[in-house]
Design a protein around this ligand. Structure first.
Ligand code: SF4
Length: 457
């Protein structure tokens, strides 16, 4: 069965207009917080430039830096594994779990494990996996995927959270007090931390020079899990590597401000070696990233530090919600990463954009996101993954635009239709484009006609 497209899923989301407005405004508020934080750093553009160049350099020597990281991490007592794809990543975790008869795992936010569908895989093997980031736990209880990479439950209101906690955690019905709800989640999660046999975390930055890695959270849940459990597994994509510890100063300043407007994440934890009696593993995952590295036009999408600034500014994301992207990583960056993973299944995503360029403008590592969206559209069309009707419409448009006489005639016809049959053009049923738009009055003449008339000497 064909999965629903972005447009179909977005239609469901926007059916609730007040919620769509609220979602839009909430994310815009975060974008404005980001702007304020950025304006307080005079050297912001310099930081972006350095970050972009460090990532460019790292990607050009990725194999060297990964091997350097492996060598140094092993010397620190960390066990390093390589996974070619999601299946290999999941299998490694399952094998470590079986070796230690692990039955309960706590997991902090990791979009890589979402991409690999790790929870479903481990649960099918009879292992309990509890997401400990508050937003992730909320969506996990609701059996939903995260809708945003930094704010996984941003599509939900406190009333939704209250109802979810009442059903699953037995909290008071209709008690929407955020403090009460957060305290209830804390009590619930504390038990899970104490019972866990293993902790899984993501990795924000892995440092080749030291063999250590950094995990950024605002709730301290990654630290709590990793410090309480006997086994800590950190999962990272191959693009998370940076060459030197001194580079962290640039990236951590950029990350928190771009994500939430904070000067730094509340917890920026550096892991270098297992503590006495603990086992520490790092799984380095490819899962299509080498393929993206080989695509010249798209390779710099691997510079992404997952701050989600491009989500918060995107007019399409803000009004269509994260679930409409039907992939683990949504938003503009998801729309350029996911066609690489499965071009056919994700062929709709690069079209879910106005190409306004706001994403590129805010990206802290200077990824040319909107240009890649435009480029993907061409690749997808060349590979035959756009619908027949769209192809025909584009061919017709190309024909009209390449024939000046036909173009001028079409313009005259369109103006005449607007004047005489506007009810047809503006019919919300026949023309869904106008559901949320107003048409201008048809001008008497085209700009060309006006120009010729007014510029005759
Ligand atoms: S593409 Fe840029 S703005 Fe978007 S999540 Fe990645 S780093 Fe942030």
């Amino acid at each position: 069965m064909k999965n629903a497209s972005h447009a179909e899923l977005a239609e469901k989301f926007i059916a609730n207009e007040p919620r769509t407005d609220w979602h839009d405004q909430t994310l815009w508020w975060i974008r404005q917080k980001r702007d304020k934080a950025v304006h307080n750093v005079p050297e912001w553009e310099q930081l972006r430039q350095w970050a972009s160049e460090i990532k460019d350099h790292t990607l050009s020597k990725l194999d060297d830096y990964l091997i350097e990281f492996e060598k140094n991490a092993k010397a620190n007592g960390i066990q390093v594994h390589w996974a070619i794809d999601a299946a290999a990543h999941n299998q490694i975790i399952k094998e470590i779990s079986e070796r230690h008869t692990v039955k309960r795992i706590v997991k902090s936010k990791s979009m890589l494990t979402e991409e690999c569908h790790l929870n479903e895989f481990l649960q099918a093997a009879g292992i309990e996996v509890i997401d400990t980031d508050l937003g992730e736990r909320i969506v996990q209880l609701r059996n939903e995927p995260p809708s945003h990479i930094v704010l996984p439950a941003i599509h939900l209101k406190k009333q939704d959270v209250s109802e979810t906690f009442h059903i699953h955690l037995g909290t008071e019905k209709n008690n929407n007090d955020p403090q009460y709800l957060a305290a209830s989640a804390r009590t619930h999660l504390r038990d899970k931390f104490l019972q866990a046999d293993m902790a899984i975390t993501g990795v924000n930055f892995a440092v080749a020079e030291t063999g250590g890695f950094v995990v950024c959270t605002n709730e301290g849940n990654a630290d709590m899990g990793a410090h309480a459990a006997k086994i800590h597994i950190a999962c990272m994509g191959i693009e998370k590597i940076i060459p030197k510890a001194e580079h962290l100063a640039i990236f951590t300043r950029l990350l928190a401000r771009s994500a939430t407007g904070q000067p730094i994440t509340t917890y920026t934890s550096h892991f270098h070696r297992p503590r006495d009696g603990q086992e520490m593993h790092v799984i380095i995952v490819d899962n299509g990233r080498s393929r993206q590295l080989g695509r010249e036009d798209f390779r710099n999408s691997l510079k992404c530090i997952r701050c989600a600034a491009c989500f918060n500014t995107c007019p399409v994301y803000r009004r269509s919600g994260g679930h409409s992207y039907h992939t683990a990583v949504a938003g503009p960056i998801g729309a350029i990463l996911n066609p690489n993973l499965d071009m056919k299944a994700n062929a709709d995503l690069p079209f879910a954009s106005t190409l306004c360029g706001s994403c590129t403008h805010v990206c802290p590592v200077k990824i040319n996101i909107h240009e890649q969206l435009w480029k993907w559209r061409q690749v997808i069309a060349e590979e035959g993954h756009v619908s027949g009707s769209k192809q025909k419409a584009m061919q017709l448009m190309a024909w009209v635009l390449s024939k000046p006489t036909v173009y001028r005639f079409s313009g005259r016809m369109a103006r005449w239709m607007l004047r005489n049959f506007s009810f047809l053009v503006k019919s919300k049923k026949l023309n869904p484009w106008f559901r949320q738009r107003e048409m201008p009055a048809a001008p008497k003449e085209s700009f060309r006609e006006w120009y010729i008339k007014n510029n005759q000497k």
